[in-house]
Design a protein around this ligand. Structure first.
Ligand SMILES: C[S@@+](CC[C@H](N)C(=O)[O-])C[C@H]1O[C@@H](n2cnc3c(N)ncnc32)[C@H](O)[C@@H]1O
Length: 377
């Protein structure tokens, strides 16, 4: 063990940092500090396993193993080669590199990643006359190389793959919302499963499924089978089982209704399939329905959260008219609701025509979006 062994970086989307920090607090992480698109924390192995299994708004949990400066690719290679890679994987193991660079020296992250790959291969070859192989998934070590100007940080990726892959989505509809973003929107809305929830343009059902898991206090990764740390040399299977067992003990039944609807039969079929895979069918009701003729939603107090079309298929005039109709429908049929509308079409949101009580900027990958809250009277 060296100092810093218990330090981690939880990555997330821009705008979700504070929500993620709160989630980390709840699982017992310490020294929590938010930075752009990430939250730093410390914790033991148990906390790291819990972070991977239970955090709804983390994309990856990285474990930094070293930092150094490199002024050119040669230095990057030499310094990376000096690491004691045998601590993390065997010569007959497999690995892969994820490189991100924001640097005047290293313009191409992929090239920097290749130099580090060479360093690891040569490190082993000089000692064993053999080399480990590169494998793009389920590898023994996924190494994250982060370069900021000339500062290089190497981290092990304990998740092994993005945590938005919960294991329930197979069927995709058009423009599905990222699972991490859907969970973030739910947590931001303050909805905890204590009142009905409606998503009247539910597409493939991401908001509904994340909501059901949240209300049931079910770990978002309950059905994911593989995490990077499972291939690590120090993987503690008993401790991992304890994480899953204790999480299961916290689960609860859902007493409120969660309703989804959509105008497209195809999208509803995708939602149905995803909901079935997430084993949430008994909690979520789906209906084929045009939002604009939505009558008799569950009695308030209740929450509506939805992610309407961005207008990929609609002309600009139509999309503005569409958002105006969303506003009219909310006003007429969703009295006393808290409504949250998430859209990448910020211009269109202006046409909803209702007073917003919150406007939250969020990023869906590189796309700047807005989450608006309307309190309807
Ligand atoms: C951006 S997608 C929602 C994606 C969804 N959040 C997901 O994760 O898959 C917008 C959805 O609105 C639906 N839609 C469009 N017009 C509608 C209307 N008038 N009433 C109900 N649904 C509508 C589309 O069929 C589409 O599934």
């Amino acid at each position: 063990m060296t100092a810093g062994d218990n330090k981690y970086i939880a990555k997330t989307f821009f705008g979700l940092e504070d929500i993620l920090a709160e989630e980390l607090r709840q699982i017992g992480a310490e020294d929590i500090r938010t930075v752009k698109r990430a939250v730093l924390f410390s914790g033991d192995q148990f906390t790291m396993y819990r972070a991977n299994y239970e955090l709804r708004t983390a994309l990856r949990i990285l474990k930094p193993i070293g930092e150094f400066e490199a002024h050119n690719a040669d230095q990057l290679y030499k310094r990376a080669k000096r690491f004691n890679w045998g601590n993390y994987m065997d010569v007959d193991g497999t690995f892969s590199i994820d490189a991100v660079a924001n640097s005047q020296i290293f313009h191409h992250a992929q090239f920097a990643g290749l130099r580090v790959k060479d360093a690891i291969v040569d490190h082993f070859r000089e000692r064993y006359d053999r080399r480990p192989n590169v494998k793009l998934d389920h590898q023994d070590m996924l190494l994250n190389v982060h370069i900021n100007d000339r500062k290089v940080r190497l981290s092990l990726d304990s998740s092994g793959d993005s945590l938005h892959k919960r294991g329930y989505r197979l069927a995709a509809a058009e423009a599905p919302l990222n699972e991490v973003l859907a969970a973030g929107i739910l947590l931001m809305s303050g909805w905890t499963g204590d009142r009905p929830l409606v998503d009247p343009m539910c597409g493939s059902g991401t908001i509904l499924i994340e909501a059901a898991m949240l209300a049931a206090r079910q770990a978002p990764q309950k059905y994911r089978e593989w995490f990077g740390f499972m291939s690590w040399k120090d993987f503690d299977e008993q401790l991992w089982r304890k994480v899953k067992r204790e999480s299961k003990e916290r689960e609860q039944e859902i007493a409120i209704s969660i309703e989804g609807s959509d105008i497209s039969n195809n999208n509803l079929r995708a939602a149905q399939e995803n909901i079935r895979r997430a084993k949430m069918d008994r909690y979520i009701r789906l209906r084929l329905k045009n939002f604009f003729s939505y009558k008799r939603p569950p009695s308030p107090p209740a929450t509506l959260i939805s992610n309407p079309p961005y207008g990929e298929r609609l002309k600009e005039d139509d999309i503005f008219g569409f958002y105006k109709q969303i506003g009219d429908t909310l006003k007429q049929n969703f009295t006393e609701y808290d409504a949250w509308i998430f859209s990448a079409k910020r211009e269109a949101l202006k046409h909803v025509g209702l007073k917003t009580s919150k406007r939250i900027p969020l990023f869906n990958g590189p796309i700047e979006c807005r989450l608006h809250k309307y309190e309807l009277y």
